[in-house]
Write a protein that binds this ligand. Sequence first.
Ligand code: CP3
Length: 333
Amino acid sequence: MTPIEEIIINKKTTNCPIWLMRQAGRYLPEFREIRKSNPDFINLCLNENLSSKITLQPLKRFELDAAIIFSDILMLPYGLNQKVEFRKNFGPQLGFLNLDEISKVDEIDFIEKLYPIYKSIKKVSKNNLIKNKNLIGFIGAPWTLLVYMINRCSPKKELIKDFFKDSFLINRVLILIEKFLKLHIDYQIKNGASIIQIFDSWAGLLEEKDLPNYIYIPTLNMVDYIKSLNVPVICFPRGIKNYKNYCDIVKPDVINIDYNVNPISICKEINIPIQGGLDPKILLTDKENLKKQALKYLNIFKEHPYIFNLGHGVLPETNPAMVEYLVKMVKDY
Ligand code: CP3
């Protein structure tokens, strides 16, 4: 069993494992080097040689316990033939959402379009660097994907005024998202992903009354599906107000907390394994402060099954030496 599986399955509380969201990314010079000659982000995700290489870059440097496949949650709308672009200093920009167009896509079209991702997963899973470690596959939660597909770019702090106006469109798109997410999960697992993480980055935008329809029910469908394939599932409903309710209803194997969550209260409230929490901005300060803040999480979760991670992804301006220091520190704890 891998160190992460010891935590998830055996509920161990010793030898805290560590991996980091966005551990392969712009803070690594070797990533920037590849990115320089590959300006199209989607094409890079679809280049199985490069995406598998990028996935393994952080494992070459640091003693991490998992790799997360280099891809993006927006490969789902891309697979459904909605245009997706990543614009410099702006982020993702999606094309107009045409229900008739995306309804025409069948399973074979979708898998064919995303096939390089699965080949990349297979390549990584066979590499020696992943031995006794986990390869994490992932999806965007149905709600977060719905937000991107309708809003067509990252929402700032709130949803556009008439987001829910066309309820026919919303319901049809959600059904399609769920159907194709299952297929995407299935192929990631078939090719070697040993854990699935669900990113619900915009969970915090909804009011309490809308959570059942847009978060609880669709995410539970994904969680149940992943569990039926005998693979552990980690959920990250970033910014959700009540993590405990979420866990009681959605029942993931592991919950990832964001950096606004009070670790002491969550440790008391939730009895499933917990992951993450540390503010990625701490990695921009100094080693002394990093040590202090990381120790806070390690001490609080000393007797709770805990996987060390951040409360959001590694920031591009992070010094890799700080990541190295953090990983060493957690391993030596
Ligand atoms: O964690 C990992 O290292 C695995 C790879 C991964 C990426 N995106 C690569 C990526 C994962 C798991 C994601 C998930 C993702 N993508 C989320 C959920 C997590 C979160 O951040 O809340 C979201 C919302 C997206 C959508 C997305 N992709 C945005 C908003 C952006 C632009 C942000 C930016 O920095 O401009 C991306 C691009 C992206 N996805 C990058 C990487 C490494 C940066 C690409 C680059 O410019 O080099």
